[in-house]
Design a protein around this ligand. Structure first.
Ligand code: HEM
Length: 361
């Protein structure tokens, strides 16, 4: 039925290839540093929210720094490694250096004064690099079943939220929060998750991902409407690991939980409230994106350690989600203990990586 080339391409699509071409030591170190700082800031906030330690830094500024570093320094650089593993263009080392400086500048700004001038300048540079790199993937638009075809339009859609965030921040803070939720959801749904699917060689039509992802991001933020909920449901269905027999069981379970969770939010089984969104973002980043992309820096894809990681993430996220169902004060302490287990197992994973990392070929 299929020609030989098409058959070979389909076979290749189904086999994730965590190529032996490892990133340079400086790239791996920068990503590892971003991970440790993100998780440490998260842990400090978790214990402060549990009321067990005083918050030594302004909470809102630390939260800004934490969330931005997670995307700027960890998730998007891992996504770039994913593009590289598929032979797609990524920033040159010079651009990467400018990018890293912009991230550090933005981080200092967020910590010093929230949306301070340094944070705005650094974030603008980050945004320009994101858009420029995303649009270099435009030839993937010609391969309709490649999930990475989602990236150019998805990144543009996410960045289109930024002026709305800027406009509403002072005038209507609650509306600004909704725009931030749409922006972060768009990055996750339209850039990070499709790139992870592409790395895993999963076939998903990008037009379906773009339409459902845009509607889904709107549903999670500024536009709760039956149509946007329908889009979110379709996006959840597209995440389900149907027809992935070759992938490790821990990955299939994580993607299944993501797909079902998103479907649950779309049909109202899980309320679209802040605890659920916080739990979902952390689950998607830590239990889905990280195990799908981290093998690109040399972590084994099928290690039993990933089960420990998923269990730790569940301990962090489940108590937070339960807050949406009226669960009591114990959830704050439980989430802090869960976050502590995540911190310990992440650090153990990075120490393992430092000793077992192979040099780039
Ligand atoms: C790659 C991993 C992570 C990503 C992508 C991530 C992302 C985020 C995002 C987007 C927010 C919401 C920011 C906002 O609404 O302004 C957030 C908040 C938060 N994160 Fe993380 N995070 C990560 C890891 C962690 C870890 C491991 C912990 C705990 C140990 C943690 C604890 C927190 C806390 C306590 C908040 C504030 C919640 C609140 O305001 O109610 N995060 N994070």
């Amino acid at each position: 039925m299929f020609g030989r080339n098409v058959r070979r391409e389909i076979l290749e699509w189904q086999m994730p290839d965590f190529s032996p071409r490892r990133p340079s030591a400086s790239t791996t170190t920068a990503i590892a540093a971003a991970l440790v700082l993100t998780v440490t800031a998260g842990l400090a906030m978790r214990w402060a929210l549990a009321g067990r330690v005083p918050m030594v830094w302004d909470f809102t500024r630390l939260r800004h720094a934490h969330a931005h570093l997670a995307y700027y320094g960890l998730l998007i650089p891992l996504v770039w490694l994913g593009w590289r593993s598929r032979g797609l263009p990524v920033p040159s080392s010079r651009v990467a250096l400018v990018y890293a400086s912009a991230v550090v500048l933005a981080l200092i700004g967020f910590l010093r004064a929230g949306y301070a001038p340094e944070a705005i300048v650094g974030s603008t540079a980050v945004g320009i690099v994101w858009l420029w790199t995303a649009w270099r993937l435009w030839p993937r638009l010609g391969v309709w079943r490649d999930p990475m075809g989602t990236v150019p339009l998805g990144m543009t859609a996410a960045m289109a939220c930024v002026p709305f965030v800027a406009r509403t921040t002072r005038l209507a803070p609650s509306q600004a929060q909704e725009w931030v939720a749409t922006f972060l959801s768009a990055l996750l749904l339209l850039v990070v998750l499709p790139s992870a699917l592409g790395v895993l060689r999963v076939v998903r039509p990008w037009p379906a991902l773009v339409v459902s992802g845009v509607l889904g991001a709107l549903a999670l933020g500024v536009w709760s409407h039956p149509l946007s909920q329908l889009g979110l449901a379709a996006f959840g269905a597209l995440m389900l690991p149907v027809g992935w027999p070759r992938h490790p069981a821990h990955l299939r379970l994580a993607w299944a939980a993501l797909g079902l969770g998103v479907l649950g939010m779309a049909i109202g089984l899980l309320p679209n409230s802040r605890p659920v969104v916080i739990g979902a973002v952390h689950f998607a980043a830590l239990s889905v994106a990280l195990p799908s992309l981290a093998p690109l820096v040399g972590l084994p894809v099928d290690s039993r350690w990933w089960w420990v990681h998923h269990a730790a993430v569940a301990l962090l996220c489940a108590p937070v989600v339960l807050q949406a169902f009226g669960a009591g004060a114990w959830t704050w302490g439980a989430a802090a203990w869960g976050g502590s287990v995540v911190w310990v197992e992440v650090v153990i994973g990075l120490v393992w990586l430092a000793f077992h990392r192979k040099e780039p070929c």
